[in-house]
Write a protein that binds this ligand. Structure first.
Ligand code: KG4
Ligand code: ZN
Length: 349
């Protein structure tokens, strides 16, 4: 089966072709970062309009890369949610129209399931079951994953997501949008231990997170420093923020592994690209005889490959694609609706 995947939930337009026998044949991406940079965040209306502009050229690009003629596509997978309503509608309308014209069915994909399964695109993919740490701009979740569609939510952030905390902190330090990557580069030049940051909910006895306090702690230091905030100060503060966030993510992830008796940790979402987080998780894994799996860096942030892949995995797991022609973007689609596994496979002592 050949699946065309379409991602348009936020500020990236991504298309890809995934074949259940031959693997990933092609993928193409357009990032809108430059478009939104001047506004300090994503402007939904501009995002929707740009998706409209990019979809057809990107479709042509993946067909060319994969040497595929459009009628060879067996099903169209598209991100149905969660995300920005207008942006989702553009991708969904495009997918439905394409599928109607081809007489092919549609596979509605949950954006987070795309992230969750993206590490399985790698050549050295993890086997099920595993613990997944999903750290994106909108979500921070720990999940026990028994198979495709078998997800148990163990814990999640009670306020800001990890990526959101990175972006807001980056803004406080004048690093532009989205600042996650810039903040992490700055942090690498900073010195550990200059500022004392809280480790929110580290000892909460569950698998939930809270990152809003970290951002506030940074704000307090920025206000205190006022005009005296120089580059070294910023680098040390960025370092303190990143040290705290990485420690909490690492300790909670390994607590979930321990409680579940599993040895495989899969990291997905944009913050999974963070070098210090990867170093910290890898070091803990080496100590505890576990293994951590990551998607390729290009598939950490939003992309079409993970959507084509999740659609194809759903098909292989027996999902029935639906006939095309329904316009059903779901901006607030909770992942819990996909969760088949009930009960706790994991409890925290
Ligand atoms: O998964 P993603 O592309 O989008 C959502 O679905 O939310 O993640 C984007 C988030 C942004 O908040 C961005 O700042 C963050 O991932 N990010 C990073 C890094 N690269 C991207 N955060 C920390 N370190 C990075 N290297
Ligand atoms: Zn995402």
């Amino acid at each position: 089966m050949l699946v065309l995947g379409i991602e348009s939930s936020c500020d990236e337009t991504g298309l890809a072709l995934y074949d259940t026998k031959r693997g990933l044949l092609a993928h193409a991406l357009h990032s809108q970062i430059a478009l939104h940079a001047d506004y300090g965040g994503v402007v939904p209306e501009l995002a929707s309009r740009d998706h409209i502009r990019r979809l057809v050229p990107l479709l042509r690009e993946v067909l060319r890369q994969g040497k595929i003629a459009l009628p060879e596509v067996d099903a169209v997978a598209c991100t149905q949610g969660p995300g920005l309503a207008g942006a989702l509608l553009v991708g969904c309308a495009f997918a439905e129209g394409l599928a109607v014209s081809l007489g092919k069915p549609v596979l509605p994909v949950h954006h987070l399931e795309g992230h969750l399964l993206s590490p399985l695109l790698a050549a050295d993919a993890p086997e099920f079951p595993f613990i997944a740490l999903l750290v994106s701009g909108g979500h921070t979740q720990l999940m026990a994953v028994a198979g495709v569609g078998q997800y148990e939510l163990l814990g999640e952030t009670l306020d800001d997501a990890a990526g959101e905390a990175f972006d807001k902190t980056a803004k406080l330090l004048g690093l532009g949008y989205p600042g996650g990557s810039a903040l992490s580069q700055l942090a690498e030049t900073g010195r550990t231990g200059v500022f004392d940051m809280p480790r929110p909910m580290l000892h909460s006895g569950d698998f939930n997170f809270s990152f809003a306090g970290l951002k506030t702690a940074v704000l307090t230091q920025v206000r205190k420093a006022g005009e005296a905030m120089d580059d070294v100060f910023k680098a040390n503060l960025a370092r303190a923020f990143q040290d705290a966030l990485v420690e909490v993510l690492t300790r909670k992830s390994f607590a979930a592994l321990k409680a579940s008796g599993m040895r495989r940790l899969v990291v997905a979402g944009g913050v999974g690209a963070n070098r210090q987080l990867r170093q910290s998780l890898n070091a803990a894994a080496a100590r505890k005889n576990c293994r951590v799996y990551y998607p390729a860096l290009e598939f950490c942030t939003d992309n079409g490959a993970m959507i084509a892949f999740a659609g194809a995995m759903r098909l292989q797991a027996g999902a029935t694609p639906r006939p095309a022609g329904v316009f059903a973007a779901r901006p607030r689609w909770p992942l819990s609706e996909l969760i088949k596994v009930a009960g706790a496979s994991c409890s925290r002592s």
